[in-house]
Design a protein around this ligand. Sequence first.
Ligand code: ADP
Ligand code: ZN
Ligand code: ZN
Length: 748
Amino acid sequence: MSRAAPLLAQVAVPAPLPEPLTYRVPEVLAGRVGPGVRVRVPLGRRQVVGVVMGMATRPPEGVRLREILEALDEVDRPALPADLLATVEYAARYYLAPPGEVVRAALPAAVAPGRGAPPRRKLLVPAGEVAADPQAALDRLARTPARRKLLAEALAGPPRTAAALARAAGVGAAAATALLRAGVLTAQMESVPVPPPPPVDFPVKPPPHLSEAQARAVDAFCGWLEPRRYQAGVLYGVTGSGKTEVYLRVAERCLALGRPVLFLVPEIALAPGLSRALAGRFGEGLAVLHSGLSDRQRHEAWQRCRQGRTRIVVGARSALFAPLVRPGLIVVDEEHDGGYKQEESPRYHARDLALVRGREAEAVVLLGSATPSLEAWVLCERGKAELHRLPERVGGASLAEVEIVDMRKEFARAGEDRPLSARLAEALEATLARGEQAMILLNRRGYTRVLHCRACGQGVGCPACSISLTWHQVGARLRCHYCGYNAPRPAACPTCASPHLADVGYGTQRAEEAVREVVPEARVDRLDRDVARSPRRLGELLGRFARGEIDVLVGTQMIAKGHDFHRVTLVGVLSADMTLEMPDFRAGERTFQLLTQVAGRSGRGERPGKVVVQAFRPAHPVLAAAARQDYDTFVKREWHARRTQHYPPDSALANLIVRDEDQALALERAGSLAARLREAGEGRVAVVGPGIAPLARLRGLWRVQILARARKRSRLATALARAVAPLRRGDGALPRWLMLDVDPQQLL
Ligand code: ADP
Ligand code: ZN
Ligand code: ZN
């Protein structure tokens, strides 16, 4: 007779391994180890914390099994509840990400496997009065060249440690110490809790009477909650149609039925009104997860969720992994937003995983947008989700009137490339004269797009990337927007030494200046990533705009997101065709979304809104559809194009990038990988490449691209897994030179 089979557990450990590892459960821990429970296990010579993915009965052959040392959760209250564990498993498999890495993304730092409490670092920021008047500070306070460089760097970039700052400025650390001592820079502890964003004053209003369209949607969605099974819906509501109120009503019903609610937004700092509305409606039971939380606060929020004390969670993409037990409703607001995709490993898409988790939890999943993604739209076409529309703004306000200005004519008339057309300048003056507010959108930060040599025709590029440097007037540096490299403005062309460098194209800093030239008395401010370095700064700026302390806000797409400013009656869009020219099959979709969203910021109050779009190709069908705010025409045309070219969501797509300092080596590796992929696809996976990636060089590495496409997601996943298998190292990890992105959101 054989003895009873040993009890085994498969544990996802914090290492880049393709599979969980099998451990033996010692007798003392029998009954205390189960799926989703965190355990302490030996790994090599270390001890690490992992998560039990499942139980096993048959030991793997030829391996001496090691024992679990400790169980950190109770079996009936695991760190990852069943529906979440299944989602994590799916994500690891589908995105070919190590399970340990996905688990790490799902747990807050303080409890994540393999991480202790992170050390608190001291970050340096310019002191208040310095930030208020950078030029004066540079002139007066930073006496030596090294200090000037360092201060300029601190003014232009995010908060950093003294060492990182000195490195970026190319000076010694002594300069940082000196400026700190002089009070020019101040230090803040990295993990100091930042209060929740933002100080925008949104009065908590009593729930309004629903419009007819809202009531229909609420009835339908609430009806789905009762049977407790998975159902997906797409809420397509024009900007200002009151989608939030629909979510709130369905959430109330869900809570009344005793099940928690998960609410995802693309970026929490940009959704202040929503946080307020949720807090006003749900009070104590609400947890807001945002990037300003300290590790302690995050941990506490996580514990409250797990203990069932939190009934509704709102947060950005990682909130998808909140340990609510069987949420009954998952809302993905602004589902089309690129912020739902994580652009580092594990490269998951929170909207897609929301559908997976919804299925596992038997929940209702609502995807809401004024411009549903092609993915969401196709779900409805194929009967996998039900489409509901809110076709009108609440209160009968009409959508803003959109006017396209032909910048070719404007150029011919003015004889130069001016940021603001005569038409927009005139509209701006009229708007401010009426005491109303305006927003000016331009999707590029900095002052000058590129410094161009008039003698040899070269642009001044980044030494490490194949990209032009952007001139930043603020801080007076040339900057690479990809790797962070920066340098002073050269006196002559680095290629041919000619002194004739011309500023070509413009960014938000130049646009801000142009607005000041047109309306010199107006209060003008700018919002882009250079300004909004912390959630607090962002909240402050938005708050000032909401209170009417700013007349014109110039910014990147950050200003286009779901804000509800009632006194904005003019929106200007500069270089509207810039996003159209990106080498990406989603360029048209992105442009349409951006224009529709930004148009939705205008005329949300009593007075009608106006939008002025400046473009060099005013007749482009995407711009024309956006001007009419005609989603149906746009989506049909776009879907036709995707189908003919076999792009997502018609096909599943993966982007593989092979990186190396040596271009020939990268090409060679990519060549054999592409060959294996073709073979593994058995004729059902189309492989394009290898070829040099659109962004050919990044941080000193050459980038070679392979695109793989298949009609079925599962087929693509299988082929990918097979093709990369031989690349795995002894321990199963993939080599660092390979970047693998399933369902990529951008193809650079
Ligand atoms: P969306 O998200 O669809 O752009 P919001 O949810 O921001 O629109 O709603 C726009 C505004 O209309 C908000 O100020 C909201 O409070 C208000 N609102 C929503 N529903 C109603 C309603 N039924 N009656 C009156 N006001 C409403
Ligand atoms: Zn030159
Ligand atoms: Zn660079």
